[in-house]
Design a protein. Structure first.
Length: 117
């Protein structure tokens, strides 16, 4: 059972990136999915969460209106569309899964996003 992120990279301020996270070998529909990030010297923070049914979504104030989380059950994949990126968005982005039924949690290894000119 693992979460595998992809899509990080270097982008200029104002640009866009789309992160993806494939959830392998778990019942995807049983898990709330989230994106967290950790910038150098800072604590890990929650960025966005989508419920297991996809009917509830929450964003941190710092990304609201710029980032969009979505999930594709057929591909066991959660996405984070990031638009209007700012240098302050530079961080390692982590995928997180949590089952509201069993309490099981999983973390991906992270993907680096660098916003710089």
């Amino acid at each position: 059972v693992q979460l595998v992120e992809a899509g990080g990279g270097l982008v200029q301020p104002g640009g866009s990136l789309r992160l993806s996270c494939v959830a392998a070998a778990l019942i995807f529909s049983d898990f709330h999915m989230s994106w967290y990030r950790q910038a150098p010297g800072k604590e890990r923070e929650s960025v966005a969460t989508i419920s297991n049914a996809g009917d509830s979504i929450n964003y941190s104030d710092s990304v609201k209106g710029r980032f969009t989380i979505s999930r594709d059950i057929t591909k066991s994949t959660v996405y984070l569309q990031m638009d209007s990126l700012k240098p302050d968005d530079t961080a390692v982005y982590y995928c997180h899964a949590r089952s509201p039924y069993s309490g099981m949690t999983l973390w991906g290894k992270g993907t680096l996003v660098t916003v710089s000119s």
